[in-house]
Design a protein around this ligand. Sequence first.
Ligand SMILES: [Zn+2]
Ligand SMILES: [Zn+2]
Length: 166
Amino acid sequence: MKICVRDAFASDCYRKEYSFVLDNTQISDFPHGAVTDSVDVRAEISARDGIVSCALTVSADFSVICSRCAAEFTLPFRSFSVKQIKRRDDGEFEDVIFADGGFCFDIAKEARAQIYFEFPAKPLCREDCKGLCSVCGCDLNAGSCSCDIKTADPRLDVLRKLIDNN
Ligand SMILES: [Zn+2]
Ligand SMILES: [Zn+2]
Protein backbone atom coordinates (compact mmCIF):
# COMPACT_ATOMS: atom_id res chain seq x y z
CA MET A 1 0.00 0.00 0.00
CA LYS A 2 1.35 3.39 -1.03
CA ILE A 3 0.94 6.55 0.96
CA CYS A 4 1.39 9.80 -0.91
CA VAL A 5 2.67 12.78 1.01
CA ARG A 6 2.70 15.50 -1.63
CA ASP A 7 0.06 17.48 0.27
CA ALA A 8 2.01 17.15 3.50
CA PHE A 9 5.13 18.63 1.90
CA ALA A 10 3.03 21.49 0.50
CA SER A 11 1.45 22.32 3.84
CA ASP A 12 2.63 23.93 7.05
CA CYS A 13 0.04 22.25 9.18
CA TYR A 14 -1.01 18.80 8.12
CA ARG A 15 -2.23 15.66 9.77
CA LYS A 16 -3.71 12.55 8.25
CA GLU A 17 -4.24 9.08 9.61
CA TYR A 18 -4.14 5.81 7.77
CA SER A 19 -4.89 2.39 9.07
CA PHE A 20 -4.82 -0.92 7.32
CA VAL A 21 -4.28 -4.60 7.83
CA LEU A 22 -1.55 -6.81 6.44
CA ASP A 23 -2.60 -10.41 6.17
CA ASN A 24 -0.14 -13.06 7.29
CA THR A 25 0.83 -14.00 3.73
CA GLN A 26 2.44 -10.57 3.44
CA ILE A 27 4.89 -11.45 6.19
CA SER A 28 5.18 -15.19 5.65
CA ASP A 29 8.96 -15.06 5.22
CA PHE A 30 9.52 -13.77 8.74
CA PRO A 31 12.03 -16.17 10.37
CA HIS A 32 11.32 -15.53 14.06
CA GLY A 33 7.68 -16.53 14.30
CA ALA A 34 4.38 -16.76 12.50
CA VAL A 35 1.67 -14.11 12.56
CA THR A 36 -1.33 -15.79 14.17
CA ASP A 37 -3.94 -13.58 12.57
CA SER A 38 -3.03 -10.31 10.86
CA VAL A 39 -0.88 -7.24 11.35
CA ASP A 40 -2.58 -3.97 12.27
CA VAL A 41 -0.78 -0.92 10.97
CA ARG A 42 -1.54 2.69 11.80
CA ALA A 43 0.32 5.57 10.25
CA GLU A 44 -0.09 9.21 11.12
CA ILE A 45 1.46 11.61 8.67
CA SER A 46 2.06 15.09 9.95
CA ALA A 47 3.90 18.19 8.80
CA ARG A 48 5.20 20.99 10.92
CA ASP A 49 7.75 23.68 10.12
CA GLY A 50 8.66 21.98 6.87
CA ILE A 51 9.32 18.62 8.49
CA VAL A 52 7.11 15.75 7.42
CA SER A 53 7.01 12.74 9.68
CA CYS A 54 5.28 9.41 9.97
CA ALA A 55 4.28 7.96 13.34
CA LEU A 56 3.94 4.25 12.74
CA THR A 57 2.25 1.76 15.05
CA VAL A 58 2.49 -1.92 14.22
CA SER A 59 0.72 -4.60 16.24
CA ALA A 60 0.33 -8.32 15.72
CA ASP A 61 0.30 -11.53 17.68
CA PHE A 62 3.09 -13.92 16.78
CA SER A 63 3.36 -17.59 17.50
CA VAL A 64 6.95 -18.06 18.64
CA ILE A 65 9.21 -20.53 20.44
CA CYS A 66 10.57 -19.54 23.86
CA SER A 67 14.35 -19.19 23.66
CA ARG A 68 14.79 -20.82 27.07
CA CYS A 69 12.23 -23.60 27.44
CA ALA A 70 11.30 -24.16 23.75
CA ALA A 71 7.58 -23.90 24.51
CA GLU A 72 5.39 -22.38 21.83
CA PHE A 73 3.54 -19.28 22.97
CA THR A 74 1.78 -16.19 21.64
CA LEU A 75 3.83 -13.03 21.76
CA PRO A 76 1.82 -9.83 21.52
CA PHE A 77 4.10 -7.61 19.46
CA ARG A 78 3.51 -3.84 19.66
CA SER A 79 5.85 -1.29 18.20
CA PHE A 80 5.74 2.46 17.77
CA SER A 81 8.22 4.66 15.95
CA VAL A 82 8.41 8.12 14.47
CA LYS A 83 10.33 8.60 11.26
CA GLN A 84 11.05 11.64 9.21
CA ILE A 85 9.98 11.45 5.58
CA LYS A 86 12.61 12.78 3.21
CA ARG A 87 12.65 13.31 -0.48
CA ARG A 88 16.31 12.87 -1.07
CA ASP A 89 19.23 11.06 0.38
CA ASP A 90 21.24 13.35 2.62
CA GLY A 91 23.31 10.55 4.10
CA GLU A 92 21.05 10.02 7.08
CA PHE A 93 19.34 6.67 7.23
CA GLU A 94 18.29 6.28 10.83
CA ASP A 95 14.59 6.83 11.42
CA VAL A 96 14.12 8.06 7.89
CA ILE A 97 11.62 7.08 5.22
CA PHE A 98 12.43 8.09 1.65
CA ALA A 99 9.54 9.15 -0.54
CA ASP A 100 9.90 8.50 -4.25
CA GLY A 101 9.69 11.01 -7.07
CA GLY A 102 5.91 10.96 -6.89
CA PHE A 103 5.99 11.78 -3.15
CA CYS A 104 4.90 8.23 -2.27
CA PHE A 105 6.27 5.45 -0.13
CA ASP A 106 5.25 1.88 0.59
CA ILE A 107 3.84 1.71 4.12
CA ALA A 108 3.65 -2.11 4.10
CA LYS A 109 7.39 -2.23 3.50
CA GLU A 110 7.98 0.18 6.40
CA ALA A 111 5.72 -1.89 8.68
CA ARG A 112 7.61 -5.07 7.79
CA ALA A 113 10.95 -3.33 8.40
CA GLN A 114 9.73 -2.22 11.81
CA ILE A 115 8.79 -5.77 12.76
CA TYR A 116 12.20 -7.09 11.62
CA PHE A 117 14.01 -4.35 13.46
CA GLU A 118 12.10 -4.40 16.74
CA PHE A 119 11.28 -8.06 17.15
CA PRO A 120 12.89 -9.56 20.26
CA ALA A 121 15.91 -11.68 19.32
CA LYS A 122 15.32 -14.06 22.22
CA PRO A 123 11.62 -14.20 23.04
CA LEU A 124 10.68 -15.51 26.47
CA CYS A 125 7.37 -17.17 27.31
CA ARG A 126 7.57 -15.19 30.52
CA GLU A 127 10.09 -12.82 32.03
CA ASP A 128 11.28 -15.35 34.61
CA CYS A 129 11.15 -18.48 32.45
CA LYS A 130 13.38 -21.02 34.17
CA GLY A 131 14.16 -22.90 30.96
CA LEU A 132 15.13 -26.53 30.64
CA CYS A 133 17.47 -28.50 32.86
CA SER A 134 20.77 -28.82 31.01
CA VAL A 135 21.17 -32.38 32.28
CA CYS A 136 17.81 -34.13 31.97
CA GLY A 137 16.01 -31.62 29.76
CA CYS A 138 12.95 -31.33 31.98
CA ASP A 139 10.97 -28.10 31.94
CA LEU A 140 11.99 -26.30 35.12
CA ASN A 141 8.83 -24.15 34.94
CA ALA A 142 6.76 -27.26 35.51
CA GLY A 143 8.80 -28.56 38.42
CA SER A 144 12.31 -29.12 39.64
CA CYS A 145 14.57 -32.11 39.12
CA SER A 146 17.35 -33.48 41.26
CA CYS A 147 20.16 -32.90 38.78
CA ASP A 148 23.27 -31.15 40.03
CA ILE A 149 23.44 -28.44 37.36
CA LYS A 150 26.55 -26.81 38.84
CA THR A 151 28.80 -29.78 38.14
CA ALA A 152 27.12 -30.84 34.92
CA ASP A 153 27.08 -27.72 32.77
CA PRO A 154 29.82 -28.38 30.18
CA ARG A 155 30.28 -24.64 29.59
CA LEU A 156 31.73 -24.39 33.08
CA ASP A 157 34.29 -27.16 32.55
CA VAL A 158 36.78 -24.78 30.96
CA LEU A 159 36.44 -22.40 33.85
CA ARG A 160 36.76 -25.21 36.38
CA LYS A 161 39.98 -26.45 34.77
CA LEU A 162 41.45 -22.95 34.96
CA ILE A 163 40.66 -22.80 38.65
CA ASP A 164 42.12 -26.29 39.22
CA ASN A 165 45.39 -25.37 37.46
CA ASN A 166 45.95 -22.33 39.60
ZN1 LIG B 1 9.98 -20.38 28.42
ZN1 LIG C 1 17.41 -32.27 35.49
